[in-house]
Design a protein around this ligand. Structure first.
Ligand code: FAD
Length: 284
């Protein structure tokens, strides 16, 4: 790609909480490398079922102390009102103003429980408890959430979340821009006007990507799957081809005027920075 893409305003990078001191060190390095892009914020995922919740808090505090805006994710699926109230207070005390509000998925083998069934209820709860303190992002599914009864139901459920008080949405990753543009059109028809930022998954490891995609309902189109499978264990070629495909997709999205990009970084900077450079944005 040779042309320079339009610089998007709303750039964010998603991390997961590190589990070891080495992982924490790696994340610091990644954060500094991605910091040159001047993102609007870094977000940190939250494990439903309690496994990584302290890790989320520790990671966002460290990001904030390094001078960046940080957005903890918060999922409600297995939590009580009292526990969520406590977590919200910890985030407020840490000076955080952004949050990504989700239902979450239970880790396999764990029982579902908690006071809330859907993210809409969490958004309502955050607004009821903390007013306008938080800028709330919610999740959106251009290729339809795997548990939705129908595409129309999923869209109506998304609208409920928006009406409950979300400020913005981040999509599940996709490799099919038509699905994204159709979703945006459907949202506009329903009067949904909040910024919807595409979630971007750099392609670095095909077997991991295939596993994730099966779980979350993101489609790897046949042509892409076949090309990636064709590289076998050749990680270098998978990366190079993945960078080209995802860069081209981001370029198409940016040219269509999307409000920003949210990168699922997997706590690594190289693939995201390569895409950034391909978009002609590296020096901006
Ligand atoms: P919801 O909006 O509640 O939707 C879940 C399903 O319920 C959908 O099928 C929807 O159509 C349906 N539904 C919603 N409301 C109703 C209703 N009133 N009646 C009937 N059906 C309804 N997971 C984590 O555990 N931790 C994370 O940090 C995390 N971060 C994420 C970040 C992003 C940007 C995205 C896109 C996903 C993230 N996830 C995370 C995954 C997410 O938790 C799962 O996709 C989960 O299955 C759905 O979460 P949700 O917030 O979209 O749920």
């Amino acid at each position: 790609m040779t042309s320079k893409s339009v610089v998007p305003k709303n750039i964010s990078f998603e991390f997961f909480p590190p589990r070891t001191p080495e992982g924490a060190e790696q994340l610091r390095k990644t954060r500094e490398e991605l910091g040159v892009v001047k993102p609007l914020y870094f977000s940190v995922t939250f494990g439903a079922g309690g496994s990584t919740q302290q890790g989320t808090l520790d990671a966002v505090i460290e990001i904030k102390e390094a001078g960046y805006e940080a957005a903890p994710h918060l999922s409600c699926i297995s939590s009580s009102r009292a526990r969520l109230r406590e977590v919200l207070q910890l985030y407020i005390d840490a000076g955080l103003k952004r949050i990504v509000a989700l239902r979450g998925d239970m880790p396999s083998g764990m029982q579902r429980g908690g006071d809330f069934r859907y993210a809409t209820e969490l958004v309502e709860f955050i607004r009821a408890e903390t007013g306008d303190h938080f800028h709330i992002e919610v999740a959106a599914y251009p290729e339809i959430h795997p548990q939705a009864r129908s595409a129309h139901d999923d869209l109506c459920n998304f609208k409920r979340k928006v009406d409950a008080g979300a400020n913005g949405a981040i999509t599940q990753y996709f490799f099919n821009t038509d699905a994204f543009f159709r979703f945006i059109d459907d949202c506009e028809r329903l009067g949904i006007t909040l910024p919807i930022v595409p979630g971007i998954m750099p392609i670095t490891n095909y077997s991991q990507l295939a596993r994730f995609s099966d779980m979350c309902g993101a489609e790897i189109p046949r042509w892409l799957r076949k090309r990636l499978e064709g590289f076998g264990d050749d990680r270098k070629s998978i990366r190079a081809y993945g960078e080209e495909v995802v860069s081209r997709m981001c370029d198409d999205l940016l040219k269509a005027g999307i409000p920003g990009l949210h990168f699922y970084t997997m706590n690594q900077s190289a693939a995201t920075l390569a895409i950034w450079k391909n978009l002609g944005l590296a020096a901006s």
